[in-house]
Design a protein around this ligand. Structure first.
Ligand SMILES: NC(=O)c1ccc[n+]([C@@H]2O[C@H](COP(=O)([O-])OP(=O)(O)OC[C@H]3O[C@@H](n4cnc5c(N)ncnc54)[C@H](O)[C@@H]3O)[C@@H](O)[C@H]2O)c1
Length: 334
């Protein structure tokens, strides 16, 4: 297969590196408006083809698929053109800057019978997949709530708030685990450093099942945290992506409530049992994601992270951003 990566800034080179390592890749074309970015990448991958012209990419009939890793505001126009040119498309998260744009891309892909996949990389990550299995098997019982922290110092974005930059990771993970999207969302945040671009946000969500979730996201924090706690009716789980080993730990902890037999009797018993850590596969999620895109092109079937999944994330991003701009007003998602 011959694919083209559009946007070779910070993230694009990671796509290029993983694509270059795949056996069923015949050629990788790298496209960026900035010649310096291409020259730098050419030193690492001299056999790839390099161009500053997107039109050249779209006009090349040998290119099967296009992977878009440019700034968020350019995702829609670039993906629209690629689909109209009959190319399969992979777009980095978040899929587009608005629900309307994501819907339009889904329509175009369907009409052209083309693959439209979104780069929710964590859906290919071993701990996230293991937790999905644990939740699906009801090992934690019903999920009461989930709380996550994704904070560190850095990479302030120029064109989007921290919600559009970091929350797509947590939203995609949560919607995958829970098999539902929230019915209500609220968010507060602050633009501490660059005025007009919030760099810290606290997002709260309620799901139709009753599960609640709280996200803390920030580019302005003293240390890097990638921690999720899931509290279920049977067990509890902690997923810490900064750990090298034992990223997932399950705690046999909980509280049992006994129905009072007499008025005034209130009985709680606290359970604190074993803690164990499941074995996790070891592979680079991005490698799996790239393989999955190529295999979708071949089979015509997307395994996960479809355009529809991308749209769901954008829908909740839009609602969270609206709430943030309106002092944390509760937004209902239909
Ligand atoms: N999946 C992940 O874990 C992950 C991680 C980081 C970033 N991302 C996503 O990757 C995308 C890119 O982020 P980044 O941090 O690399 O941005 P960046 O600004 O570092 O790089 C973007 C590059 O795109 C180029 N570009 C812009 N418009 C173009 C056009 N029309 N044609 C060709 N090139 C063009 C720019 O010159 C730049 O080199 C974003 O959507 C971001 O959310 C995903």
């Amino acid at each position: 297969m011959h694919v083209a990566v559009i946007g070779c800034g910070y993230w694009g080179p990671n796509l290029v590196r993983n694509l270059n390592a795949l056996p069923n890749i015949r050629k990788v074309t790298c496209c960026d408006l900035d010649r310096k970015k291409l020259d730098k990448l050419r030193q690492r991958f001299p056999d790839n083809h390099y161009t500053q012209s997107y039109d050249e990419v779209l006009g090349d009939a040998s290119i099967d698929g296009v992977l878009i890793a440019t700034s968020v505001s350019s995702h829609f126009p670039l993906a629209q053109k690629a689909l109209q040119a009959g190319k399969h498309v992979f777009i980095e998260k978040p899929m587009t800057s608005s629900v309307r744009e994501s819907e339009k891309l889904i329509e175009l892909a369907e009409a052209g019978n083309l693959i439209l996949m979104v780069g929710h990389t964590f859906l290919f990550s071993p701990p996230v997949i293991k937790i999905k299995e644990i939740i699906r098997k009801k090992e934690l019982g019903g999920i009461y709530y989930i709380s996550t922290s994704r904070v560190n110092l850095g990479l302030h974005q120029k064109d989007v708030s921290v919600i559009w930059d970091l929350a797509p990771h947590d939203f995609s993970i949560l919607f995958y685990w829970l098999d539902e999207i929230p019915c209500k969302v609220w968010a507060i945040g602050r633009d501490c450093i660059v005025k007009g671009i919030p760099d810290v946000a606290f997002v709260t969500m309620e799901f139709p099942s009753g599960t609640q979730a709280h996200l803390q996201i920030s580019w302005l924090a003293p240390s890097k945290l990638r921690r999720t706690a899931i509290v279920g009716s049977e067990k509890m789980l902690v997923y810490d992506d900064t750990e090298n080993v034992e990223k997932v730990k399950i705690f046999d902890k909980g509280v049992n409530y006994k129905d009072p037999e007499t008025y005034g009797e209130f009985q709680l018993s606290y359970r604190s049992g074993d803690i164990w850590s499941p074995r996790l596969d070891t592979y680079e999620p991005l490698q799996m994601e790239m393989e999955s895109f190529l295999s979708s092109i071949k089979t015509g079937k997307i395994e996960k992270s479809t355009g529809l999944d991308g749209l769901k994330v954008v829908k909740v991003l839009e609602a969270a951003e609206k709430s943030l701009k309106d002092q944390g007003r509760q937004i209902t998602i239909s």
